[in-house]
Ligand binder design. Structure first.
Ligand SMILES: Cc1ncc(COP(=O)(O)O)c(C=O)c1O
Length: 393
């Protein structure tokens, strides 16, 4: 049973079908003048239109990239290179994805001014800190929309408004909320927005970036001037067509699926919190419809992941991208957890194939796994079996 949809999703068979011809006869290069190229170009632009429509943008405000990682790098570094060291001041939230944070840290090392914005215990940006960096003339603020680990959904519209009041630009990494929540870049007044396909039942290796008209970024990849000169390289037409198909499917399916997943999520949260000494990470309601992130005392999240795996449940202890580092999650530390508390956390992320029976099965298996792991845990100290009596959640 797969409950790691925040890491990636299975490609929808209808998306595979839409992509297939582009691995066969429709192999033209969208920059070629011949009719194969013209057909490829048409598919490229129709796909761009579909994406733009879904996010409320204009067609020429969307560029395709190779991943959300690339889009995030492009916003931060492209902005920095455009303004230069003397004029640039970037602020990023401390719970942003590693691809934002590590781009910011790299710029920091190169001598650019970078500020790191703290969050409260639920993961909401502390607006007084934002105000302070805006007073210090921040030029670009980047805040993740729906957090990939704890699911917290920021009040991005309010943050964008504050940024604009001070003349700063606002970027949001909406990878996890795109296709789960209605997002409209114009109504929300975003300047840049990062999205990708593989979190919404599309293929891997394709991302996009919304860039508000008349805003400039320096390109990171130079070449033949593809994608309005911002991202050179022959376009990945099968991936782009697959992304557009996935987005069109979301248009119809997002709302009913979101309501269904919210019910499953809340049942899973409620059932899991019945285990002694467990706590919810993130906000109880202002969270992604598919995200459940729970902290268990006296046990390591990775041990739980492995224990569940033997029972056929594929969960995660946090962000797939940084799990190799072995460090406690920077998101959980940023919301104020101690390293040992951060290490005891587990993420379930639900998706379109998740069912009520899956939740029943998790709630049957998980308490037993936790009990077993706690019984042999060196983390429990001398409070032997204390969790068996403590019912405070
Ligand atoms: C919030 C967020 N941003 C960026 C990324 C990176 O996406 P990609 O795999 O397309 O590089 C992810 C993927 O885990 C994510 O969850």
């Amino acid at each position: 049973m797969y409950v790691d949809y925040a890491a990636t999703t299975p490609v929808d068979p209808r998306v595979v079908k839409a992509m297939q011809p582009f691995f066969g006869d429709l192999y033209g290069n969208a920059s070629s003048m011949n009719s194969f190229g013209v057909d490829a170009k048409r598919s490229l632009e129709e796909s761009r239109k579909a994406l733009a429509h879904f996010m409320g943008a204009e067609q020429d405000e969307v560029i395709f990239t190779g991943s959300a990682t690339e889009s995030n790098n492009l916003v931060l570094k492209g902005h920095a290179f455009k303004l230069g060291i003397a004029n640039c001041h970037i602020a990023v939230s401390m719970i942003d994805h590693d691809c934002v944070l590590n781009s910011a840290r790299w710029l920091d090392q190169q001598g650019y001014k970078v500020s790191y914005l703290p969050v409260d215990q639920h993961g909401f940006l502390i607006l007084e800190s934002l105000e302070k960096v805006l007073e210090e003339k921040a030029t670009l603020v980047s805040v993740v929309h729906g957090n990939n680990e704890i699911g917290t959904i920021q009040d991005a519209e309010k943050i964008a408004k504050m940024c604009h009041n001070y003349g700063a630009l606002f970027h949001t990494d909406a990878v996890q909320s795109f296709g789960k929540l209605p997002l409209n870049v114009k109504e929300s007044d975003f300047d840049f927005m990062t999205v990708n396909a593989h979190k919404l039942y599309g293929p891997k290796g394709i991302g996009a970036l919304y860039i508000r008209k008349n805003l400039n970024l320096d390109p990171l990849i130079h070449g033949g001037g593809h994608e309005f000169g911002i991202r050179s390289g022959t376009e990945n037409i099968p991936g782009i067509v697959g992304f557009a198909k996935a987005v069109k499917l979301r248009e119809k399916e997002m709302k009913p699926e979101g309501e269904r997943l919210t019910r499953l999520r809340d049942r899973l949260i409620k059932g899991t919190l019945e285990i002694y000494n467990t706590y919810l990470n993130g906000h109880p309601t202002k969270r992604l419809c598919n995200n459940v992130n729970i902290r268990f005392s006296y046990v390591e999240g990775e041990a739980i992941v492995l224990a569940l795996d033997t029972d056929g449940i594929e969960a995660s202890s946090g962000s797939a991208c940084s799990s190799a580092s072995g460090e406690p999650s920077h998101v959980l530390l940023a919301i104020g957890l101690k390293p040992e508390e951060a290490r005891g956390s587990l993420r379930f992320s639900l998706g379109k194939y998740s069912t009520a029976e899956d939740i029943d099965y998790i709630l049957e298996v998980l308490p037993k796994a936790i009990k077993r792991l706690r019984a042999m845990s060196p983390l429990k100290g001398n409070k032997r079996n204390s969790w068996e009596f403590n019912v405070s959640n």
